[in-house]
Every structure is written in C-alpha cells, then in structure tokens.
Design a protein around this ligand. Sequence first.
Ligand SMILES: [Zn+2]
Length: 260
Amino acid sequence: MDKSKKGPKFIKGLPILEYHRLRYAKNKKKITKRKREWYRQNRERTLKRMKAWRDKNNSWYKKKYYREHREHLQKQSRVQYKRDPQKRMAATYRWRGKNLKKWREYDNQWKRKARKVDPNKTRKKEKAYRAKNAKRIRAWFKAYYDKPNSKYKAYLQAWRKRNVERLRTYRFNRENKYRGWDGLRKKLHAGEIVAKWKRVRRLCYICGKYLDELEIHIDHVDPCGTNNLGNLMPTHKGCNSRKSDKRHFKFARPDLLAIA
Ligand SMILES: [Zn+2]
C-alpha cells in the first residue's frame, strides 16, 4: 500500500478534532476493528503503558473516589474490622509502614484535636496505653537506643557526661527513698499514712486545704530522706508535684509537720 495516499485528508474549514470525529462516525466498525487488532498485537506494550498511566494518576483518582464515597467507605471499613479485626489491622499497619511520615502527621493532627476537646480523657487514655504496653515501649526504646549510629544514644551519653554530679544525686535519692532507718528496704502500709492523715486533721500541709482520703499522695518532706513514716506526709497530687524535689518550700501549714 502506498503510505503517502493515507493519512488525514483536511476538509477545508473544519477544525481537526471535528474532522476526526466525522471520520470515526463514518468508519466506526473499521476503526474499532483495527484498534482491537493493534491492541492484540501490542498487548504487553499497552498493558505497560496503562500501568504507568494508572500509577501516575491513581492517587488523584483514589482521593476523588474517597471524597465522593466517604461515608460508604468508612462503613465498609467498620464492617471489615468486625469480620476480621486482625486482618484489618494488619492492612492498617502495612499502610502505616509504607507511609510513616504521612501517618505521623495524621496521628498528631488527630491527637491535637482530641486533646482540645477533652484533655483529661486523652491523658487517661495515654496513661492506660503506657501501662498496658510498658514492656513493648521499653523494648522499643531499647531498640532505638541500641541502633547502630543511634543519635538517641549519643545524645544520652553526652548528657550523662555533662551531668555527672546530677546523675549521682538522682541515683542517691532514688536508692534512699526506698530505705527505712535500718538501711533496708521498707514497705509502707496504706494504714500508716492514713493514720497520719487523720492526725494532721485531714489537711494538706503544703496548701493547708482539706485533703480527701481518695486524693492522698505521699510526699517526701526531705526529698533525699528516707521512706520512713517520719519523712512522709499526705498531700494533694498537685501540691506534691509543685513541691517536686525542693527541700526549702513555703508550706502553708508548717505546724502540721510538728504534730506528725
Ligand atoms: Zn494541697
């Protein structure tokens, strides 16, 4: 066949798209057949090109689809979770592993929102999570610390080198908090501190206000002192943390110390 005779014949005055449309309408069957033939012959190449196109445009389509079918998709995901929680969670974790940065961003955003709505609930939840997964968290920190060229390890080591004295004090305090006068580990009985709380007229010696039995926190009067009852006073949680490890603090009721 002579190739120069084929190709578009421009009809005068018609835009090129219009020309193709007309040509297609006229030779629909023939063109479709030829196209099918071409696809059959170039199947691999076509599939490859289609895949490339999909990869390039997929996220946009996915996002669009999600936006349009949001409620339905969320419902479906809930159903899937009920049917097989492990499988669903595995898929979620897989996604998180692949999109770690994105996920952290989402997670932080969500947490910030939740904290604004109800800070106490969030705090409680986080505390419960930490208590439940203490082993896992510790293992995670250890792995993070032991990682080759760990920045965290280097940071901690540098900190330790800079704060040798402070570290010694911490260790000393921690050891001593758990010792009685005899230098042995002494366990405190709840009854002892409650009896003391009654002796000080159910008041907190730091702020001088009434202290409920259920709110009792045990403060070490001398933070470096012992765990002996003489060094312990019932206080509010807030007062205790306000005093922290300070030895000289302005107490509202120093007289209560003398009673106990
Ligand atoms: Zn108080």
